[in-house]
Design a protein around this ligand. Structure first.
Ligand code: FAD
Length: 382
């Protein structure tokens, strides 16, 4: 038997690269396989938002832990990844919105988290002077910010290699079979073997899970972004809205990146996406209303990335329930970039020690399976 590596990681996005790095830091020898090149998909083309703000409560501990790694990212990967911490602000557009903000902040405090702060109209205006006067306030997470996504993914890849990980790009995993306590992995570049396999294949992860006998209700989506020509500086924090689909930020060079959840169409087999210009127009209108200063801005480019979304909008993180030696790390539902450093560390901890110091139960892979086991029937997806 040839053992190629201690762990084969499938997928060279931020998650696969981060896990490979953290495994190597623990003295485990990973081999990362990427069918295209690292950062080619969601991890390289996203909005770069580094956000603890407004996360699903199950994700908050992971996001807070990841933020600690972002704040020392240069020590970790030898590159500052373009990370800047100008804060992120969630803007409430009416009193009902603002009440929801208050309830959310109170709820987080009861859970022991203080990174989200309720801000009134005057603090909102101080942080975001250009915002429309009708907005009554919002929530700020002051340590949040943004980074350069492609540069970040490449930095994790580079550092993983320096620490002993092997990375093979242009190599696609075709099939996986568990035999004799080993994963036999057929690839476009021959057969490989390892006792442990990590499924970090992003929008393509559902296929690997299915090969392992563990189908998941993963949706393949194409979140869209657009960018403007340069406009005079008017904004420091990243802005997100509570009620409508919008997020945006201004770069140092004056251009403004607009996103927030409108979807185009994804064609994962062709590695392509098609934009929905009507939805992009709706985003542009929302920006106009919220920031009158943007009315003269010109959109110069738009794109979309291919991303995996789970029905409950939180990822799958943890061991397979169907096969030994398989770990899942996918389904980040359009907000997995910020989680990359922390979840990679957690996955390496799980593989190396068999446990994690943060809760991952809410992310278990079988959470959508109807409990049919007692009857002896095959599991069915809800
Ligand atoms: C437009 C857009 C904006 C976003 N904005 C933000 C944001 O501001 N903040 C935030 O936190 N998140 C954001 N996200 C989400 C974030 O980008 C993703 O959640 C995250 O990058 C997912 O990382 P990943 O490593 O799981 O997946 P990916 O980056 O998709 O990496 C998976 C890799 O696996 C490879 N692969 C798949 N199958 C195989 C196979 N069989 N063999 C070998 N390799 C394979 C793929 O080629 C791919 O490179 C955004 C996403 C998009 C698309």
């Amino acid at each position: 038997m040839t053992k190629t590596a201690d762990v084969i990681v499938v997928g060279g996005g931020i998650h696969g690269c981060s896990t490979a790095l953290h495994l190597a830091l623990r003295g485990v020898k990973p081999l990362l396989l990427e069918k295209d090149y690292c950062g080619r998909h969601a991890s390289g083309v996203n909005a770069g938002g580094v956000r603890q703000l407004a996360r699903h409560v199950a994700e908050v501990p992971l996001s807070v832990a990841s933020m600690e790694l972002w704040e020392r990212i240069e020590d970790l990967v030898g590159d500052d990844c373009g990370f800047e911490s100008h804060g992120q602000v969630l803007v409430a557009e009416d009193e009902a919105d603002f009440d929801n903000c208050r309830a959310r902040v109170d709820d987080l405090r009861l859970r022991g988290f203080t990174h989200e702060e309720l801000i009134d109209r005057s603090e909102l205006k101080r942080l975001v002077p250009a915002v429309s006067d009708y907005c009554p306030g919002g929530v700020v997470s002051r340590r949040d910010g943004a980074a350069d996504p492609f540069r970040t993914t490449q930095a994790f890849r580079r550092r993983a290699i320096e620490c002993g990980a092997m990375v093979r790009e242009g190599v696609r995993v075709l099939s996986i079979v568990r035999r004799g306590g080993i994963w036999h992995v057929a690839t476009t570049d021959g057969a490989l073997e390892a006792p442990v396999l990590v499924n970090a294949a992003g929008a393509w992860s559902g296929r690997l899970a299915e090969m392992a006998g563990e189908p998941v209700p993963l949706d393949v989506i194409a979140p869209m972004l657009m960018i403007t020509a340069r406009v005079p500086h008017f904004l420091d924090p990243v802005i997100i809205l509570r009620g409508r689909k919008l997020s945006f930020k201004q770069f140092r060079n004056g251009t403004v990146l607009i996103g927030g959840g409108h979807l185009g169409k994804a064609y994962p087999d062709e590695n392509t996406t098609v934009l929905d210009w009507q939805k992009l127009t709706a985003s542009a209108r929302t920006v106009d209303e919220l920031f009158p200063v943007m009315r003269a801005a010109t959109i110069v480019r738009a794109w979309a990335g291919i991303e995996a979304r789970m029905p409950d909008d939180i990822p799958v993180i943890g061991p397979s329930k169907a096969a030994d030696g398989l770990f899942h790390q996918f389904g980040f539902s359009a907000h997995g970039f910020q989680l990359g450093p922390g979840v990679g560390a957690l996955m390496a901890e799980l593989i190396a020690t068999g446990t994690t110091h943060l809760p991952i139960e809410p992310f278990r892979v079988d959470r959508f399976v109807k409990r049919a086991y007692v009857t002896g029937d095959a599991p069915v997806l809800e």
